[in-house]
Each structure stands twice: as C-alpha cells, then as structure tokens.
Ligand binder design. Sequence first.
Ligand code: URA
Length: 245
Amino acid sequence: MEKDVDIDKVVRQHLEMEQFFSGFSLKGKAGTPEPQQQENNMANAEKVAELEKIAEEVHQCRKCPLGSLRTNAVPGEGNPNARVMFVGEGPGADEDAQGRPFVGRAGQLLDKVISAMGLKRSEVFIGNILKCRPPGNRDPRADEIINCLPYLQRQIEIIEPEIIVALGAHAAKTLLNTTKPIGELRGQFHEYYSGIGRPPIKLMPTYHTAYLLRNYSPENRRRVWEDMKKVITELGLPIPEHQKG
Ligand code: URA
C-alpha cells in the first residue's frame, strides 16, 4: 500500500500545477429545489445530458489500470440539481458489482445519515474521487486520483451544489488540496473552488461511513451528526425534530 504522505505530495503538486496553468481554482444550492426554483427544464435537460456524457466517458475509461480490473465503473448518481453532493473515496466490492455508488454497508449507513438530515437519496448527488474499485479496497494511488479527478470536477461544475460533503480523508484532502488529517479538517466548512469566476462551494469534511462502521462509538456518531447539522443549517433547513438532541 502506498504511504499516505507520498499520495498527498504527488496529488498536491498536480493540483498546484493545474491551478497555475489553467486557472484551476477550487470554488464556493436540502434537498432538491422545488420545481419552481429550478431555472428551467432546458437547463435541467442540459445538465442531465452533460452528466450522462461524463458517465459514458467513465464507462469507456482506460486511463489507468483500474479500468481493466473493474467489473463496472461507478460514475456516481443522483439529482442534477442537488443542493448537496456527497463525495466518497472510491467504489468497494458491492459498488463494483452493481455500478452504483454507496450501495454496500457504508452506503446503507450513508442512506441513514441522509435520511436523518431530512433529505432523500434522490435529492442529493453521490460520487467518488475514483470511479473504479482499487483491488482489495486499497487506498487510491496518486496517478489514479490524478487521472480520475477531472470527471468529478466536471460533475461538480455541472451540478453546482451549494455544499459538498467530503466523506473521509481521501475525499477531503484531495478536494481541498491539503495534507491535514481528517480529524483536523472535519467539523467546519472549507472552500472548494471549481474555476475562475465561480463562487466557492462550501465543503464539509466528515468521517467516512466505512470508518464509522469500523469505529462505531457514540463519540464518532455524534461528531458526524454535528457536522451534518451544520450542513442542514447552512442549507436553511430545519433540523429534523427527532434528531435535535
Ligand atoms: N466507499 C466509497 O468511498 N464509495 C463508495 O461508493 C462506496 C464505499
């Protein structure tokens, strides 16, 4: 398994170069806007078409060896007008088998978190840093992240969510281009820039639900819930009554 610090360094250098040369700047809309809030059907149809195009590219992708190891690529799924986007690390065995993000045990827990927030899975968008499963669920490698990240960056640009929830260290560190540990990053909003002239998107790092399953302590559950309450409040939505405590 590659050392975390090497991955961080290579990905950071890549992101800094990208930022320098192409004006890449990381940027800063619960639930889905009501139909009357959506700009218009055409914009919606365009978004759907663009997201489908990306998904098709992901299904054809052979930029790294993971492309030939996968059963199914997992482009991500959800509402093209989502106000919140959840970003994980990469598909696991269940996701690889089904071609859908967060459908295994970690996904079932994510579904519970989303529902506890007063949202529906169909209202949010769920994606990953990597679109193909690393063998044995090992950590993503720098070259895999560098090859795959543009797909997620384009999805974010199209969806323009108000808030990104980065699930776990890999998503948070990659999207924020930082080496800081997740324990330090979580609990407060950071800014993700998707391009020049675009406002920053608020990004809330929190523990990955797979980590939460492995470390299912009241304290860790409380931390994730505190983070999600900040997201709900930022969206201007009420904290569900039974979850206030
Ligand atoms: N873990 C992830 O990071 N992503 C998934 O899609 C499933 C589990």
